[in-house]
Design a protein around this ligand. Sequence first.
Ligand SMILES: [Zn+2]
Length: 157
Amino acid sequence: MTTTALVETKPAATLVKVGNRDRSLVGWKYAAVEAHLFDTHIQKGTWCDVGCLAHTCFSRDTAANRKAVRQRLRAVARQMITRHRFLVVEYAPNGSGTHGEAHRFKIYEGADEDERQAAVLQLDRMRQRREITETNYEAAKKILRVVTSVELGAVHA
Ligand SMILES: [Zn+2]
């Protein structure tokens, strides 16, 4: 019997499958969000987005539920660092009508250049907005280095 590290990190019984979608059994809980990001998105190699998480945790993808997801996303990003992972968040670009809003996100794997750049921007943004302590900032840089060996020093020069 073998268990991968990925399976071991999966919290028990926070999600069920309804059709081919995840449904949280516990509403919005960090464990459910993390399990969804692993079970569905890491496995498929896809990014999650605000609507998907609204559907997963709040049952319906509505404007109010999307707003609730956005309000909680920063806390998830912070908590993930304390669990030695990094939540990469891409923000809506200029001129899209929702400038600066969280668009899509995933647990950092350093899979490609887009993801690596998004991670660097995200960490920079968290620091500039003082959403992250210096300790967690250093911890996050370490996580990114371990995963991809990306050098972040130049970003803040
Ligand atoms: Zn999702």
